[in-house]
Design a binder for this molecule. Structure first.
Ligand code: UD1
Length: 429
């Protein structure tokens, strides 16, 4: 199992190009099932998760061809024929987003059998909203031995669906199925994350009819078939936010490029309140902090978009560990998402976790130690802490990191971080 070693204390200076968004790429990849024509995705991040979903798509009969290297990466997905509608446990358990092949398979072929998902261990994360939405669209659903069997022999039909609360995955899943349903579907209390807008716009380019993009009511008029298209994946706002926090934590001046300032407005507001200097540029932002300046503690509460992203909560908590004062961090989206707190405490952070919130008392300095990554976003927060911890920090189990961050150590190293990967034995993941 690989680990990452960081020697703290070097400021970050330079420029970091932001990759395409993992959370968008995964849903766009699932959309390739909806058409027998090629879907060409550019600005594709090269991640363990996208590789993994590529493997599942291949097992369903989709031809997956990776082109390009270095800067411009693209992948061609061609589902000329769906040869299997079975997504086995082994190919779904490691990543929850794999479950999103169910709707497109059902829409294209009228039946599918997909394993219930696994993914990061952050809370219970059921899929009841996904299944309710599909059954409202006319699917007959049975659960047996960890599998969902769904059929729609007469095809899916449009429906009014009001989600009981906002779910990113369920909104996307319903949209992926409704585009080929007969008649009109209205999705109310839809999630508005930028990745959902990206998926909706790509589906529109494929011939889908979707109104209300970027709002919480999506109206989808079903079409009988979709065509292929070329689509550039939206920049990864979580990767962007993580590097913004890294720059603020280490001090220095970092330009984040190939992205858009408006994708991290909620984070920017909080960072500015804490004393970080952030200015928008034509293709991203510049983040500055004088290494001698101590930040102020501020409170954050995670919310659905456009609120503060839960996927940036661990990183922001890390930033607060050395700020002056006390910061209260409330987690509203996932109930079990403070697993990074005890690891940060190993580095000297003062964090008290209570029900749904963590209180962070800023300390003057962190100290290097071996720590363990517990989930994807938590692992990057430990790397960020390592950038300032005195001495060496080693972050174990970095397969979590490789699921969602492309060439993290290279990007940070290019800005002056003293960071290296220690290659271990092959792990079971
Ligand atoms: C997506 C993102 C993830 C992010 C999250 C919230 C991807 C691949 N992942 O996850 O990085 O942290 O949005 O922004 O895009 N829920 C149910 N029943 C359901 C579905 C969800 O109870 O059927 C609950 C979840 O347990 C959670 C909340 O709803 O507490 C929000 O989850 P959701 O928005 O669906 O997150 P994901 O789509 O899984």
């Amino acid at each position: 199992m690989d680990s990452i070693a960081i020697i703290g204390g070097s400021p970050l200076n330079g420029s970091i190009p932001i990759s395409g968004a993992k959370n968008s790429a995964l849903k766009l990849m699932a959309a390739s099932i909806l058409t027998d024509q090629p879907l060409r995705l550019t600005n594709m991040p090269r991640l363990a998760d996208t590789k993994f979903l590529g493997k599942l798509l291949r097992a369903l009969g989709v031809e997956v061809t990776e082109n390009g290297h270095g800067g411009e990466q693209e992948t061609l997905f061609h589902a000329a024929e769906i040869t299997s509608t079975f997504a086995p446990y082994d190919l779904v358990r490691q990543m929850r987003a794999s479950f999103n092949v169910l709707g497109p398979l059902l829409a294209r072929t009228g039946h599918a059998k997909v394993s219930l998902p696994g993914g990061c261990t952050i809370g219970a994360r059921p899929v009841d909203l996904h299944l309710d939405a599909l059954s409202r669209l006319g699917a007959a659903i049975e659960l047996e031995e960890g599998y969902v069997s769904a059929t729609a022999p007469k095809g899916l039909r449009g429906a009014e669906i009001e989600f009981p609360f906002v779910s990113v995955g369920a909104t996307e899943h319903a949209m992926l199925a409704a585009v080929l349903a007969e008649g009109t579907t209205v999705l109310r209390r839809a999630a508005m994350e930028p990745e959902i807008g990206d998926l909706a716009r790509c589906l529109t380019a494929m011939g889908a009819k979707i109104d209300g993009i970027d709002t919480d009511v999506l109206t989808i008029s079903g079409v009988s078939s979709l065509n292929g298209t070329d689509w550039s994946v939206i920049p990864d706002r979580i990767e962007m936010g993580s590097f913004a926090v890294a720059a603020a934590m280490a001090g220095g001046e970092v330009r984040l490029t190939k992205t858009r300032a408006d994708l991290m407005t909620a984070l920017t507001e909080k960072m500015v309140e804490a004393g970080v200097d952030i200015s928008p540029t034509g293709d991203g932002v510049v983040v500055r902090r004088d290494p001698g300046q101590r930040l102020k503690a501020v409170n954050v509460t995670t919310e659905v978009y456009p609120g503060f992203a839960t996927d940036l909560q661990a990183q922001f908590m890390t930033l607060m560990t050395t700020a002056e004062g006390e910061s209260v961090i409330r987690e509203n989206i996932f109930e079990n998402r403070f697993m990074h707190a005890p690891e940060l405490a190993r580095l000297g952070a003062d964090i008290h976790v209570g029900a749904g919130e963590a209180v962070v008392k800023g300390v003057p300095a962190l100290h290097g130690a071996p720590v363990m990554a517990t989930d994807l976003r938590a692992s990057v927060s430990l790397v960020i802490a390592g950038l300032v911890a005195e001495g060496e920090t080693t972050v174990g189990r970095v397969y979590h990191l490789d699921r969602g961050f492309e060439r993290l150590e290279e990007k940070l190293g290019a800005c002056g971080a003293r960071i290296r990967r220690i290659t271990g034995e092959a792990d079971e993941h």
